[in-house]
Ligand binder design. Structure first.
Ligand code: HEC
Length: 102
């Protein structure tokens, strides 16, 4: 895989992003329109997502796996805000949610 060195580099960079930048990203991407407090009907709030995803802490590949799942959109009725995320943005957000979405 020729992309691997690049991927590793970007993962390293993402890992060092401060949490604040990630919450700003979530804001910019409209995540809180549905996952805010109170969340939209039938949608878990961000704190709920974070407590669901706390079980992935310590699993290095979890943000990547969740990213694939979320961006593919097959899981829940194709939510545009999910599918519009770039791979990097989504990995950042998944890691941030796993770490508590603060
Ligand atoms: C249009 C409303 C809407 C927007 C905007 C939205 N979501 Fe969602 N999201 C949903 C719904 C609905 C679900 C599915 C809830 C369910 O069925 O469990 C969901 C589920 C999720 C899940 C859980 C997936 C799982 O593994 O169960 C995550 C994580 C998530 N959203 C993250 C985000 C992020 C990050 C953003 C911002 C880029 C975002 N969402 C924007 C509506 C939205």
């Amino acid at each position: 895989m020729t992309f691997r060195p690049l991927l590793c580099l970007s993962l390293t960079l993402l890992f060092t992003l401060p949490a604040q930048a990630s919450s700003q990203l979530a804001l910019d991407k409209g995540c809180y329109n549905c996952h805010g407090e109170p969340p939209r009907r039938n949608t878990p709030g961000m704190a709920q997502l974070a407590s669901d995803y706390a079980r992935y802490r310590g699993q290095a590949d979890a943000p990547q796996r969740l990213t694939d799942k979320l961006r593919e959109g097959s899981l829940f009725a194709h939510i545009a805000a999910h599918e519009r995320l770039s791979q990097e943005e989504c990995i950042t957000l998944m890691r941030w949610i796993i770490e508590g979405a603060k």
